[in-house]
Design a protein around this ligand. Structure first.
Ligand SMILES: *Cc1c(COP(=O)(O)O)cnc(C)c1O
Length: 411
């Protein structure tokens, strides 16, 4: 059952009585309810822990036994084939981490130094950093409250205000810089509204890059996230739904883009029977075989991990449904989310209690975190161009991520 309990009207709520006892009850009650819902009676509960079975030990041992641990080996090929299949993509290139995958994605869609790249303000810093690595400047846009993904209507309205079309390219008329791409991110695994976003990208001839780092296994209108735009970036960091220790991948249906990404990721080395030649300045970004072995075993578990993640999410949503002062964050109607990270949203008149709630839950051993500091609030990105960001600002103050390890979703 879907419960529509996101309260996203942006008008400030009328002041309700929020005396100290009220807040204290919320702070204590939240920690107690959360403890109960995790099913872990005592001790600490991590925000996200990986889960390894016997296959993980077996495949990693095989690497050690055969000596194939580094950047060549059969597990890398197998991992790429499996990643492409899970993502519904024709091609995949495995790399050292998700940030490197994003960097390559921007390079291969043609982002150039001096460009701007549209990206959500509500994201992990890697999204913006990858833009910086490409020599470009992030241009932050707002998210919409149901998916937390980039808001297509707000994006279109913003581009109508600030973007000129000149010779096929979109140009920010305020800065004079070319807009080289649009990155969208599927926040906590919940797919952004890709059809509407693709339409805006097409109208401005912007290559659409998916930061699908958090959304392996999530579906948008039945289709897997990652290959819904020109190119997608996945992460297999230790805190993601499936891990290779550290790792990432590019997925795309465009064979030329995949070929170019692979070349750039392999120090741009040109094929030759014995000579060592490089035809441009590339990167050492290829995933080692040791990591890919772990990844192959993890992908074998993906279906079970997804079931456990969704079971945990359902338990939280049901368990917090009658809890006054907050609501659960639920996948958008068009999507089946992997529920990588569960979130609750404090009512606006309870937002001031956030830090006290976080303090109490963490001191009770329940690892909870605020959402990322929005990018435009970091000193390193404070001077970047941006659209109005009312939803990001609002969500940024009252969202709390709660323990989400798959193992908590065991029956
Ligand atoms: C994890 C993550 C990344 C980066 O992945 P790494 O593998 O840690 O480099 C990028 N974007 C988002 C949204 C992420 O959550």
């Amino acid at each position: 059952m879907r419960l529509n309990i996101l309260r996203e009207d942006l008008a400030p709520d009328a002041a309700l009585p929020t005396g100290p006892t009220d807040i204290e009850a919320l702070v204590v009650g939240f920690s107690a309810r959360l403890r109960d819902l995790t099913g872990v009676a005592s001790g600490s509960v991590a925000l996200h822990e990986p889960e390894f079975g016997s296959e993980e030990w077996l495949l990693v041992k095989e690497c050690l036994d055969t000596g194939w641990v580094s950047s060549v080996g059969s597990f890398v090929d197998r991992f790429e084939t499996e990643i492409a299949a899970v993502s519904g993509a024709a091609h995949s290139v495995a790399v050292v981490n998700g940030t490197a995958a994003l960097h390559l994605a921007l390079r291969v869609v043609g982002v150039r130094p001096g460009d701007e790249v549209l990206a959500p303000a509500l994201t992990f810093v890697a999204t913006a950093n990858a833009i910086s690595y490409a020599g470009a400047t992030p241009h932050f846009v707002d998210c919409e409250p149901h998916s937390l993904g980039v808001d297509p209507a707000a994006l279109r309205a913003h581009l109508e205000r600030v973007a000129d079309r000149s010779g096929g390219a979109a140009v920010n008329r305020e800065t004079g810089r070319r807009i080289g791409a649009l990155i969208v991110m599927h926040v906590f695994g919940h797919p952004a509204d890709m059809d509407a976003l693709s339409a805006v990208a097409a109208a401005y001839e912007l290559p659409l890059v998916e930061d699908a780092a958090e959304s392996l296994g999530s579906r948008y209108k039945g289709k897997p996230c990652g290959a819904l735009g020109r190119v997608g970036a996945l992460s297999f960091n230790g805190n993601k739904i499936a891990t290779t220790g550290g790792g990432g991948a590019i997925v795309t249906n465009d064979g030329d883009l995949a070929h170019r990404a692979r070349h750039l990721a392999t120090t741009a080395k040109t094929p030759h029977p014995w000579a060592i030649l490089h035809d441009e300045i590339g990167y050492n970004y290829r995933m080692p075989n040791l990591n890919a072995a772990l990844g192959c075993a993890q992908l074998g578990q993906l279906k079970g991990l997804l079931i456990k993640k969704r079971r945990l999410a359902a338990r939280y949503i049901k368990g917090f449904a009658d809890f006054a002062g907050l609501s659960s964050f639920i996948e958008p109607q068009y999507a089946a989310s992997n529920y990588w990270l569960n979130a609750v949203l404090l009512d606006r008149d309870r937002a001031a209690a956030r830090n006290a709630i976080l303090g109490r839950a963490n001191s009770d051993g329940l690892m909870c975190r605020p959402v990322w500091t929005p990018m435009h609030r970091l000193a390193i990105y404070a001077n970047c161009p941006r659209a109005p960001l009312p939803v990001t600002e609002d969500i940024g103050e009252r969202l709390i991520n709660i323990p989400s390890s798959a193992k908590l979703g065991r029956r």
